[in-house]
Design a protein around this ligand. Structure first.
Ligand SMILES: [Zn+2]
Length: 418
């Protein structure tokens, strides 16, 4: 068994559940912060744990280019490499590769692309993208798909959707044949990398002692999934903005059979009302017993809305990226902390927020840090934004457990935003 999913409570289409992975339990609906290069920019792993981050997202494309999958595999996999014992999800690299408009060529076999780092040529296919994700060793990995651009005509959307379905079958076949090669299983015998199952007998080795107390406690206490466990490969529903093609994509992806299903190809420039319409229509065709992951969304208001539609998992760069650019999400709307009007503002950023930034610092100080380009500005802004997103999801889950629709933030939209 790779994952188990239990729905504990429902409220309309919304569900509160538990997703059990080889590296621990995830309470859903869940927001997954993005740690592109095995790091949530500016925030250390111990702080992420303190904030209550349950699962991180890593980007295969970026890790594939730097430091390279082989390097991470040799170091025991992504959990061990980045000292993150909790669950990880990796994307397939498809979305990033498809964003390289002028640097890629798509064929039936896969995608040839040039690195954004040094222009070197690379090839990703359903097989190589799955191989890379097995090497990284995340708990949940994604099928290699083609993210259809927006806008696109119906012929183009169908062609792209059919390609994604053929690729999904190839991903599944490769995964089934190679899933035992995940680092935290395969390192069990032979030259075991620290942190993998069954490696307890190496705990007294000189290598571990020299690695220091923190590393040793990480090895011993946490990163030990049961050796019979493997990763889980999720399928991705495409079909552009066409409701009939979305239904067909969902049905044919379910026929291939995956332990979880993602909705891809959204948040690609379409109006938000259309995103919502597609999500609502697609969710209807997904099995209730499997986790549903909406990729790449959204604002705090939107993640509440999508959870209410029955989405279990979401990820977005918005809280971290916006934080680094001085845009802060609060219970009273967005705050652009760079504005001069906050220079003398001694008040708390968000009186309703319980995060350590709001407990300690004033808007004036946060504004000063940002205006002075201090590294601490990025750290504190990111910590607050992540706290706000995670608190939002905790409130949503609580509302679902109480059987009421999540109304968190419902007052926000009616207020003027600075
Ligand atoms: Zn805060």
């Amino acid at each position: 068994m790779s994952i188990q999913f239990h729905v504990d409570a429902t409220s309309g289409p919304a569900r509160a559940g538990r997703l059990l992975t080889p590296h621990g339990e995830i309470q859903t609906p869940v927001f997954m912060p993005v740690g592109t290069l095995a790091s949530v920019k500016g925030v250390s792993q111990d702080l992420l744990e303190e904030l209550g981050v349950q699962v991180l997202l890593g980007n295969t494309y970026h890790l594939y280019l730097r430091p390279g999958v082989d390097q991470i595999r040799k170091l025991g996999g992504l959990h061990r490499f980045m000292a993150w014992p909790r669950p990880i999800l990796t994307d397939s690299g498809g979305f990033q590769v498809f964003s390289l408009n002028d640097l890629r060529k798509v064929t039936e076999e896969g995608v040839t692309f040039r690195s954004h780092l040094d222009g070197s040529a690379h090839f990703l296919s359903p097989e190589t993208a799955t191989e890379a994700q097995i090497g990284l060793g995340a708990d949940i990995i994604m099928a290699f798909d083609e993210c259809t651009e927006y806008p696109a005509d119906q012929v183009r959307v169908r062609t792209s959707m059919d390609l994604t379905l053929r690729w999904a079958e190839r991903c599944k076949q490769y995964f089934e044949e190679h899933k035992s090669e995940v680092p935290w299983r395969t390192n069990r015998v032979g030259t075991a990398a620290p942190g993998c199952p069954g490696e307890r007998e190496l705990a007294g080795s000189a290598a571990l002692h020299s690695a220091g107390r923190v590393r040793a406690s990480f090895d011993c206490a946490q990163d030990r999934p049961a050796s019979a466990q493997t990763q889980s490969l999720f399928g991705i529903v495409q079909g552009g903005m066409n409701l009939a093609l979305r239904r067909e994509s969902a049905q044919r992806t379910i026929e291939i059979g995956f332990p979880g299903y993602a909705i891809g190809g959204l948040s690609v420039g379409e109006p938000r009302t259309l995103t919502r319409e597609i999500v609502e229509a697609t969710v209807e065709h997904l099995p209730t017993a499997k986790p549903r992951y909406l990729m790449g969304v959204g604002t705090p208001e939107e993640i509440v809305e999508y959870a209410n539609l029955g989405i279990d998992m979401m990820d977005c760069v918005l809280p971290t990226r916006a934080g680094r650019h001085g845009l802060l999400f609060t219970s009273q709307g967005k705050v652009s902390i760079k504005q001069a009007r906050y220079a003398g503002d001694d008040s708390t950023l968000d009186p309703a927020c319980r995060c350590q930034v709001c407990a300690r610092y004033s808007r004036a100080y946060l504004r000063h840090l940002y205006a002075s380009d201090e590294v601490l500005a990025q750290v504190l802004n990111t910590v607050h934004n992540l706290s706000f997103y995670l608190d939002t999801m905790r409130s949503v889950r609580h509302s679902i457990e109480l059987g009421s629709r999540a109304h968190f933030l419902s007052g926000v939209q009616s207020q003027p935003k600075p």
